[in-house]
Write a protein of this length. Structure first.
Length: 634
C-alpha cells in the first residue's frame, strides 16, 4: 500500500538525517548496516499498528463508496494529512534528538503531562508557524505528486476474499509484531548513538509508557538481600529495619560516627543550597573551560572549597533533586520525586526541620512541574515558586521560569524571613535560566538574548555573582554556607549508554568566614551532598542516607552512581559497571582524562557492589524503609 511505502520512507529518512546530523565520527558507516536493519524491524512493527485501522477501513468500505468522487477527495485529504503527520513527527524527533540525543523516551511521556511549559518552550525556541506552514506545503506537494498512484489503488476491484484478508491482517499483524519486537533489541552495535537511531520514535514512546516505572527485581540482576547487606557493610554502609519506637531511626546507618570537616574551622548556622540548571562541569573555568562563561563561579571556587570530581546521578532535574534531598542511588524508571508514596521520607529537609531548622524550597518556575511542589511540601519544606513571587520583583520571565536574578531576589526574601524567626535555616534554590529557550534580560551580559547554551550559562553565572554580593550585605552572611551544585549536565550523549563525562558536575562550598580555600579531589557522588552538609552542620541525621559525608572517617571507598532511566551505572576504580534490563551486566574501563569507555569483562566484586547498592535502594523505597522515623508522624 502507498501508505506503507510513505511511512517506511519517512522513518528511514528520519533515521539517516539524524545519523548524518550526529556526525560520521559518532556514527561511522561501519555501524550503519546493523542500525538500518534493526531500524527497519522496528519500523515494520510500528507500521503494522498504524496500518490496522486502515486495513479495517478498507475491509469494511462498500465498493460504491470507493468509486465516489467525494470519497476520492476525502482520501486525498486524508493522505495529505498522513504525510503531514509523518513529517511533523520527523521534525519533533529531530528537536528531541538535539536536546537529549535519544529517541522519544520517558521524558517525552512526562512532557505530555506538562503541555503548557513544553508547548510554550517550543514556541519560544523555534519559529513554529513557519515550520508548520512549510510542512503543510511539503505534505500537499508530496500528496499531489503521488495522487495518480492513490487513485489507481482506488480503481482496483476488491473481492470478498481480499476484504477478509485485510481484516485478519489488521488483527494478526500488530499482535504478532508487538509480541516479537522489544525495545531491548535496540542493541545492534556497541555504539549508543547507533543503537538509539536503530529505534523508532513511536515504538520507543510506547515502550516508555509501559516502562515508566521499572521494577528492579523483575528486570535487573539481583542477589540474596542478606548478601547485599553484607556487601554494603563492607563498604561502610549498613541497612537496618525501620524501628518506629525509637526517637531517631535511620533506614540506612553508617558504621562510623567519627567525623571532621576539613577546611571548616567553624560550623555554619545557615545553609543555602543553589542547584543550577544543566551546569556541566565543562562550562566552568575552575573545571578547565576556556570559554570565559563563569567568572563569578570561578571566583567563588578560588575562595571556597572545590569538589573537583563529582558526578550527577541522572540526566534530569528530578534526579538531581532526588539525589541532593534524599541521598539515595537512582531507582530505575521514574525518579522518586514523581512517584506515589514519596511523602515524609528521610530527606535532608525533613531531618533538619525536626531539629529546629526553617527549611525552604524556592523554584523559579511552576513547581507543579515534575511534582516538585508536592514532593517538597510533603517532606516538610516551605515551598515557594514563581506564583508566590510579587509581580514587581520579576524583571523578566519566559515559559520555563523567571530570570535567575528575580529568583535570587525572592530567595533572599525567603532567607531573611527564615532567619527572622530566630531559627537556623536551610534553603534549597532551583534555577531555570540555563534552559531552552535561553532568554534573559538585556544588558546583563555581552551575549544578546536568546544566547543559546553559552548565553544561558553566562547569564546564570552573572545572576549568581549578584546574588552573593546582595547576600554579603545581610547580617546572616558570615554564618552561612553557600553550596553551588548542578542538577545534571547539559547533554549526555556518547558511544556508550552512560558516557561518564556527561555526568561530571561542579560543586562548591563557599563561606568566606567559615571555609578555607581548598580542593577535594577524590571521586564523589551527588548523593553524598546531603550527608556532607549535615556533617558540616554538626547535626544528627547523616546516617539516614545511602550517601556518606566525604569528611567522615574512615573514608568510604570512592564511587559514584550515574544512570539514565533504565541503565544503572556504578563507577569505582576507573571501572564503570552497568546494570540493564534483562538482567544484563556490562563493564567498561574509563580513561581518567578523556572519560572514554572501553568494554572489558565484568569484575565480579564490582558487579556485586553495584547490585547491592541499586537493589537495596530500590527495595528500600518500595518497602517504606526510606521513610522518616516517628517524628515525621507527629
Amino acid at each position: 500500500m502507498l501508505f506503507a511505502v510513505v511511512a517506511l520512507a519517512a522513518f528511514t529518512f528520519t533515521r539517516i538525517c539524524l545519523a548524518l546530523w550526529t556526525g560520521l565520527d559518532a556514527v561511522p558507516f561501519s555501524d550503519w548496516p546493523a542500525m538500518l536493519a534493526t531500524g527497519l524491524w522496528f519500523d515494520l512493527a510500528v507500521l503494522t499498528a498504524l496500518l490496522a485501522p486502515v486495513l479495517l477501513y478498507e475491509a469494511l468500505l462498500p465498493s460504491r463508496w470507493r468509486e465516489a468522487r467525494v470519497h476520492r477527495a476525502l482520501r486525498f485529504a486524508w493522505f495529505a494529512f498522513v504525510v503531514f503527520a509523518l513529517l511533523f513527527g520527523a521534525v519533533a524527533e529531530a528537536t528531541f534528538w538535539l536536546e537529549f540525543a535519544t529517541r522519544f523516551n520517558f521524558i517525552a511521556v512526562d512532557y505530555l503531562l506538562y503541555t503548557h511549559e513544553v508547548i510554550g518552550n517550543v514556541r519560544e525556541s523555534y519559529p513554529v508557524g513557519w515550520i508548520v506552514a512549510g510542512l503543510a506545503l511539503a505534505s500537499l506537494a508530496v500528496a499531489t505528486a503521488l495522487r495518480p498512484w492513490l487513485e489507481r489503488a482506488d480503481a482496483l476491484p476488491v473481492s470478498r476474499r481480499r476484504r477478509l484478508a485485510w481484516a485478519v491482517a489488521a488483527i494478526v499483524l500488530p499482535a504478532t509484531m508487538m509480541t516479537l519486537a522489544s525495545i531491548d533489541q535496540m542493541l545492534p552495535t556497541g555504539n549508543a548513538w547507533a543503537n538509539e537511531l536503530a529505534g523508532n520514535g513511536l515504538f520507543t514512546f510506547a515502550a516508555a509508557m509501559r516502562r515508566n516505572e521499572l521494577d528492579y527485581d523483575r528486570f535487573y540482576a539481583t542477589m540474596p538481600q542478606d548478601e547485599a547487606d553484607a556487601v554494603l557493610r563492607s563498604l561502610l554502609v549498613s541497612r537496618k529495619p525501620l524501628d518506629r519506637n525509637a526517637p531517631r531511626v535511620a533506614a540506612v546507618e553508617h558504621e562510623s560516627t567519627e567525623s571532621h570537616s576539613a577546611g571548616l574551622p567553624r560550623r555554619p548556622r545557615h545553609v543555602v543550597l543553589v542547584m543550577v540548571e544543566s551546569l556541566s562541569a565543562e562550562f566552568v573555568g575552575a573545571w578547565g573551560s576556556t570559554q570565559g562563561l563563569t567568572p563569578n563561579l570561578d571566583r567563588l571556587a578560588r575562595e571556597g572549597l572545590v569538589f573537583s570530581n563529582v558526578y550527577a546521578t541522572g540526566t534530569r532535574t528530578v534526579r538531581g533533586l532526588e539525589a541532593v534531598s534524599l541521598g539515595t542511588p537512582p531507582v530505575p524508571g521514574q525518579a522518586i520525586v514523581r512517584r506515589p508514596g514519596n511523602d515524609h521520607l528521610a530527606t535532608i529537609g525533613e531531618v533538619l526541620e525536626h531539629q529546629g531548622y526553617a527549611t525552604s524550597f524556592v523554584y523559579g518556575g511552576y513547581g507543579y512541574f515534575d511534582n516538585m511542589n508536592a514532593y517538597f511540601d510533603a517532606n516538610d519544606y516551605r515551598v515557594v515558586d514563581r506564583t508566590d513571587f510579587p509581580k514587581a520583583s520579576i524583571v523578566f520571565e519566559n515559559i520555563w521560569g523567571v530570570a535567575d536574578e528575580s529568583l535570587f531576589a525572592n530567595a533572599l526574601a525567603v532567607i531573611d524571613a527564615s532567619v527572622a524567626t530566630g531559627k537556623p535555616s536551610f534553603t534549597h534554590v532551583m534555577t531555570t535560566s540555563n534552559h531552552r529557550p535561553f532568554t534573559y534580560p538585556a544588558g546583563r551580559i555581552d551575549l544578546p538574548s536568546p544566547g543559546g547554551r553559552e548565553g544561558g550559562v553566562k547569564y546564570t553565572d552573572w545572576a549568581i555573582g549578584r546574588f552573593v554580593e546582595d547576600a554579603r550585605a545581610r547580617p546572616w552572611f558570615d554564618q552561612t554556607l553557600f553550596v553551588f551544585v548542578a542538577d545534571h549536565c547539559a547533554a549526555v550523549a556518547g558511544r556508550t549508554a552512560l558516557p561518564v563525562g556527561g555526568y561530571r558536575i561542579p560543586l562548591i562550598f563557599y563561606a568566606p568566614k567559615l571555609v578555607a580555600p581548598a580542593e577535594y579531589a577524590p571521586l564523589m557522588s551527588q548523593i553524598d551532598v546531603p550527608p556532607t552538609i549535615l556533617d558540616v552542620l554538626g547535626v544528627d541525621g547523616d546516617d539516614h542516607f545511602f550517601g556518606r559525608s566525604v569528611f567522615e572517617l574512615p573514608a568510604t571507598p570512592e564511587r559514584a552512581f550515574i544512570s539514565n532511566y533504565q541503565s544503572l551505572g556504578y563507577l569505582r576504580g576507573g571501572v564503570l559497571t552497568v546494570l540493564s534490563p534483562g538482567r544484563r551486566v556490562d563493564a567498561y574501563r574509563v580513561e581518567a582524562r578523556t572519560h572514554e569507555s572501553v568494554p572489558i569483562p565484568v569484575e565480579p566484586a564490582l558487579e556485586r557492589e553495584a547490585i547491592a547498592y541499586y537493589q537495596t535502594a530500590s527495595r528500600a523505597f518500595r518497602q517504606g524503609a526510606l521513610r522518616a522515623p516517628d517524628y515525621a508522624q507527629r
